[in-house]
Design a protein around this ligand. Structure first.
Ligand code: ARG
Length: 461
């Protein structure tokens, strides 16, 4: 057993090999290497600018760090478990490359503020990517919605047929959810983009550092005002995972509908071969694996959110090793959301086809126009509650006679209430039922067309 190199001389003997593995984060925090290098470049430049190291040393450090970046990109730098984490790995390699100057890089800095800096740089970039993906997803929703303003689908409450709606209106609901997701991530980003660099271990440093300069070099909006808070805050990670969880909630709800709708019972959509899978035993089957996986993966992201909340709740200030747990939660949360957004975007774009015949039949073969009969009477002066009760009776009569509302003769209508005229047939036709719901935000075609234009505008902003 060899003694670990990086710690001070106070250590007499080596770490137990199992504890080396237990303690190490290099297996996953290697994901941060590009951000770690950028953070170190900024730190080295600051050390030189403030005269803490010489300009020549500063240059050596920056060049050495950039060399490591190249080595990593070319697959030549593969640090092992003996490096413990990405920060030690880089420092060790830097010292191999530039010699003694490398040992000066860690002046006025700790791995505590360094890890926090890297994680924020990583998350800032990932949030920007996820927001792009959300925009793409929204674009696909609009692509399908625009030619389908007058395509009708049954609208549900309690998963019971309620009132028919425009397919575009349905898709716009998901557009709105995704828009909030996009905004929410923008808001989270503001709190991700604060620099903890220079908070050092917990208390700041005796060196005349310039935290604002490193923040500027790394494009942070501002710096943490309190060093204890700076090294121990993970609010930003929790906020991200909460925002990511909501994205997953939305994708999962959409998935559930795609799964139901592709079933034989609904038959509202069919799955194209590019996005469906078969069964190993039942040759007739075509399975909606994509939305099922998205629905299933939602749980992982919620789990990471829960895990981070629990990690933080009893943690005394300032840094504790528990905080290392933030990485896998974030990395997997990011990867899961990105993969699910990509898959759902593809599924919508090319993996499903709406079954026009089934949808048309669905909106004419039920009583989802019953409210419109009540509304009809109400506009003719019958109090709504009275009209509602009467239509309840009408539906019951129809059910007994195996009829739909549209099958009643004018005489039958008039027997039920003298206010009915021939225009009742127009009023309960599905197209009219939907077109008439023209209140702001409703499914009426004019409203939906306006919403589509506004939605496109938001995307192009
Ligand atoms: N690998 C550590 C982490 O991710 C880096 C910080 C370690 N700091 C310490 N004082 N042991 O949190």
């Amino acid at each position: 057993m060899t003694k670990q190199q990086t710690w001070s001389q106070r250590f007499e003997s080596a770490l137990h090999p199992a504890i080396v593995r237990f303690n190490a984060s290099i297996g996953f925090d290697i994901e941060l290497i590009e951000y770690d290098l950028s953070g170190s470049v900024a730190h080295a430049k600051m050390l030189a600018k403030t005269g803490i190291i010489s300009n020549a040393e500063g240059e050596q450090l920056v060049n050495g760090l950039e060399q490591i970046r190249l080595e990593y990109q070319q697959g030549l730098f593969v640090p092992g478990i003996d490096s413990e984490d990405v920060h030690f790995a880089v420092e060790k390699r830097l010292t191999e490359i530039v010699g003694d100057a490398g040992k000066k890089l860690h002046t006025a800095r700790s791995r505590n503020d360094q890890a926090g800096t890297d994680t924020r740089l990583y998350l800032r970039e990932k949030i920007a990517q996820i927001r792009e993906q959300l925009r793409e997803f929204q674009g696909v929703l609009l692509d399908i919605a625009e030619p389908n303003v007058e395509t009708l689908i049954p609208g549900y409450t309690h998963l019971q047929r309620a009132q028919p709606i425009s397919l575009a209106h349905y898709l716009l609901a998901y557009f709105e959810m995704s828009d909030r997701d996009w905004e929410r991530l923008g808001d989270v980003s503001k709190r991700v983009n604060i620099s903890p660099l220079g908070c050092s271990a917990l208390a700041g440093t005796t060196f005349p550092i310039d935290r604002h300069y490193t923040a500027e070099l790394l494009h942070f909006d501002k710096v943490y005002a309190n060093s204890l808070d700076g090294v121990s805050d993970r609010d930003f990670a929790i906020e991200f995972l909460a925002a990511a969880s909501l994205i997953m909630v939305h994708l999962s709800r959409l998935s559930e509908e795609m799964i139901l709708w592709s079933s034989h019972e609904f038959g509202f959509i069919s799955l194209k071969d590019s996005c469906a899978t078969g069964s190993s035993i039942m040759p007739q089957k075509k399975n909606p694996d994509v939305p099922e996986l998205v629905r299933g993966k939602a749980g992982r992201v919620f789990g990471h959110l829960q895990a981070m909340l629990v990690v933080m709740k009893g943690l005394p200030l300032a840094y504790n090793k528990d905080l290392q747990e933030d990485k896998e939660a974030l990395f997997d949360g990011v990867k899961t959301v990105q993969a699910c957004l990509e898959a759902m975007t593809i599924l919508l774009r090319e993996g499903i086809a709406f079954q026009g015949d089934r949808l048309a039949a669905a909106v004419t073969e039920d009583f989802s126009n019953a409210t419109d009969v009540a509304d009809y009477l109400a506009t003719k002066g019958v109090p709504f509650r009275e009209a509602y009760n009467l239509v309840g009776k009408v539906v019951k009569t129809c059910l007994l006679g195996g009829k739909l509302l549209k099958d009643l003769t004018l005489e039958e209508w008039k027997e039920l209430h003298p206010a009915f005229e021939t225009d009742i047939y127009g009023a309960i036709a599905p197209q009219q039922v939907v077109a008439a719901r023209n209140s702001y935000g409703g499914t009426g075609f004019d409203q939906v067309r306006k919403s589509l234009i506004a939605a496109r505008d938001r995307l192009s902003d």
